[in-house]
Design a protein around this ligand. Structure first.
Ligand SMILES: Cc1cc2nc3c(=O)[nH]c(=O)nc-3n(C[C@H](O)[C@H](O)[C@H](O)COP(=O)(O)OP(=O)(O)OC[C@H]3O[C@@H](n4cnc5c(N)ncnc54)[C@H](O)[C@@H]3O)c2cc1C
Length: 408
């Protein structure tokens, strides 16, 4: 039974909201197929959301919004191949225990584990670590409903030419009804947390990037910055640093110092955020790391108090997904935030100009200033993606105002 209702949809942080013509619950693939076909026949747009953690208007529609909440859960674990299949609304956190029971784990994770796997893959959500890719690159197969209402199966054996377009596709090729991802053997993480002056982090940067599985840090422009991201330590010009290395799944380390922890990987990754910020994130070639850090520090100090939120720094390894910001490039990832309700757009534009000098590519789920022309210059396979989008959705049933400007 489908429920239909008209109500306002709002994302997690509250900076994007819209009222679709109708919100319709789709319980399974057949119902998704029915409603996409219906929308295409009636020239209506149709979209679906993950868990609404994107800051960009990627979910918005004035047509039908499919509520796929019932489509959650793992459908298959192939421990020998290290492949796991799941329904689109399965959250990152939902994978943890069932994979661990089979001696498996997600190879990497970001700062939270509440996103839906379909949403995380659609926007190339990532963690940190130069030797690791984002979630999109782990997609090895999928079932989806295209813009004409056809079921399409993508895997190594079927429609494999579609995979690099589908891996990061913002829901523009179709509604994903099942996803298969590659996972890793289960592992513990040995985490070390340091609060160090900016200059000290720069002194050790190459070691941190190359010798740790995971490096991330928050640079704090003021004494007030740490608490905005729920961090316990650090004053002006400090960095709150996280360094993780992999240790075997059964490792116990007694007598660890207070700033170290060993635990299952999925317990170490997530941190807490309050919904008190809007985020911008760009990916810059890793060889420019030092220049980017120096320039960002100068820029943020110039723009205080608008730039009071911490600067988050991570790394991500290259992949082959056409719209991935890491397409054939290892990146330094730079994230900045602003306070909802404050006019900080001039500051964000100043950051965007700096990122543009380094050929920065955007995170699809975070605020950015892209145009179709810029995307064409930044993503070598941009035109191939646009052609694939037209093949899968010739009527533009999945486009909305935001994505039409970028990909129509
Ligand atoms: C507090 C916070 C922390 C974050 N931390 C990180 C981080 O560490 N690393 C990082 O990279 N990003 C991070 N993000 C960004 C976030 O991971 C991405 O925006 C991600 O897309 C959100 O997933 P979601 O499930 O909420 O998807 P949504 O934002 O709801 O949707 C994203 C896209 O997925 C599409 N989609 C959803 N389901 C389907 C489907 N079944 N078929 C086709 N398309 C679909 C939607 O239409 C939309 O285009 C963070 C965001 C917040 C708010």
């Amino acid at each position: 039974m489908n429920s239909h209702y008209q109500t306002k949809w709002t994302n997690w942080v509250g900076n994007q909201s819209f009222t679709p013509r109708e919100i319709i619950t789709a319980n399974n693939e057949a119902e998704v197929q029915h409603w996409v076909s219906y929308a295409a026949q009636h020239q209506l747009g149709v979209r679906t959301a993950g868990t609404g953690h994107s800051f960009t208007p990627v979910v918005e529609t004035d047509g039908l919004l499919l509520n796929t909440e019932p489509m959650r859960g793992i459908t298959k674990i192939d421990a020998a191949k290290r492949h796991v299949s799941a329904l689109p609304k399965t959250t990152i956190g939902d994978f943890a225990e069932p994979l661990w029971q089979q001696g498996l784990a997600l190879a990497n994770q970001g700062d939270i584990d509440t996103q839906a796997i379909a949403g995380a893959i659609a926007t190339a959500t990532h963690g940190s670590g130069r030797r690791f890719t984002n979630f999109s690159a782990t997609l090895v197969g999928a079932r989806l409903i295209d813009g004409m209402g056809n079921l399409v199966v993508v895997s190594d054996e079927q429609n494999s030419e579609v995979l690099p377009a589908l891996q990061t596709s913002l829901g523009l090729l179709g509604m994903l009804t099942e996803l298969t991802i590659r996972v890793a053997p289960a592992y513990n993480l040995h985490a070390r947390y340091e609060t160090l002056p900016f200059a000290a982090v720069l002194d050790h940067l190459d070691e941190y990037i190359n010798q740790y599985r995971h490096l991330s840090f928050f640079w704090l422009p003021t004494d007030a910055s740490a608490k905005l991201y729920c961090l316990d330590h650090g004053g002006a010009d400090d960095c709150v640093v996280k360094l993780y290395n992999e240790v075997p799944a059964d490792t116990q380390l007694p007598n660890l110092p207070a700033n170290e922890r060993v635990d299952r990987s999925y317990r170490i990754y997530p941190m807490h955020y309050d919904p008190n910020f809007h985020e911008v994130e760009y990916f810059l070639p890793i060889e420019h790391t030092r220049d980017v850090l120096h320039e960002m520090r100068k820029l943020m100090l110039r723009w205080l108090p608008l730039s009071v939120y911490p600067l988050e720094i991570r790394t991500v390894g290259a992949d082959q997904a056409w719209l991935s910001p890491n397409y054939q490039r290892d990146n330094l990832v730079v994230s900045i935030s602003g306070e909802p309700g404050v006019d900080y757009w001039d500051y964000l534009r100043a950051c965007d100009s700096l990122f543009a000098e380094f050929k920065g590519r955007p995170h699809w789920g975070k605020l950015h200033f892209m145009t179709a022309d810029r995307l064409d210059r930044l993503f070598p396979r941009y035109n191939d993606f646009v052609a694939m989008r037209r093949r899968f959705d010739p009527q533009g049933t999945f486009l909305n105002a935001h994505t039409r400007k970028l990909f129509a």
